[in-house]
Design a protein around this ligand. Structure first.
Ligand code: ADP
Length: 202
């Protein structure tokens, strides 16, 4: 069995920055957001199922998923959202499990913005929250994505409040300084996870 660390945090909290640091320490990171896009790529069974369920309008002329049309459709229609999730969630979960199993590193990280909101946390032996104030989240995410502040606030309010995530996570890193400070806080945790992983596999 492998030791899996679940890494989460709200939008703009610094999940990707933390993930990149762990990757620089030769730890494989499986990103749930990337997996969610992969499973609806051309030729994937989940895309065929979505096409069959929703109809031709859900595809672009080149056969790829029309994300914008689908997003607008489910935004107005909770039943359609549920139908879509019933197709995508099992496919995402199966692919995450496979990638976690295939990974070759001392331990493996599953990074997901919705680790605690979904059952993904159950895949992890231990969890780490990258935490930041809402002001910092908005400032960083708006600089990164050129999204307007209103959109980012909407995403934040749809995610689990940080106080609740703080209670659920095994470790919490407050990312309120420079990136160097974040890395300095991650170093001792990485050493702890290496030791935990060794115990876990022995
Ligand atoms: P998330 O993946 O949680 O949405 P990111 O890691 O992408 O967040 O961080 C959001 C943006 O803020 C990125 O452009 C990132 O480089 C930047 N950032 C993250 N942490 C810091 C920090 N401590 N100091 C300065 N910029 C940061």
């Amino acid at each position: 069995m492998r030791f899996i660390l679940g890494l989460t945090g709200g939008i703009g909290s610094g999940k990707s920055a933390a993930s990149q640091w762990f990757e620089s320490q030769n730890i494989v990171v499986v990103d749930a957001d990337i997996v969610a896009r992969e499973i609806v790529e051309l030729g994937q069974p989940a895309l065929a199922q979505i096409h069959q369920t929703f109809g031709d309008w859900v595809l672009l002329e080149n056969g790829e998923l029309n994300r914008r049309a689908l997003r607008e459709h489910i935004f107005q229609n909770p039943t359609a959202r549920k139908t879509l999730e019933n197709i995508t969630h099992p496919a995402i979960r199966a692919s995450i499990i496979q990638q976690l199993q295939n990974a070759q590193s001392a331990y493996v990280i599953l990074v997901s913005p919705l680790l605690f909101e979904t059952n993904q946390y159950q895949l992890a032996q231990h969890t780490l929250l990258i935490d930041a104030s809402e002001e910092l989240q908005i400032q960083r995410a708006s600089q990164r994505d050129e999204q307007n502040i209103e959109q980012i606030e909407k995403i934040i309010s749809a995610q689990m409040p940080r106080q609740e995530k703080q209670k659920l996570a095994n470790d919490v890193v407050l990312n309120d300084g420079q990136l160097e400070h974040l890395y300095e806080k991650l170093q001792p945790l990485h050493e702890k996870y290496l030791a935990m992983a060794q115990q876990y596999s022995s």
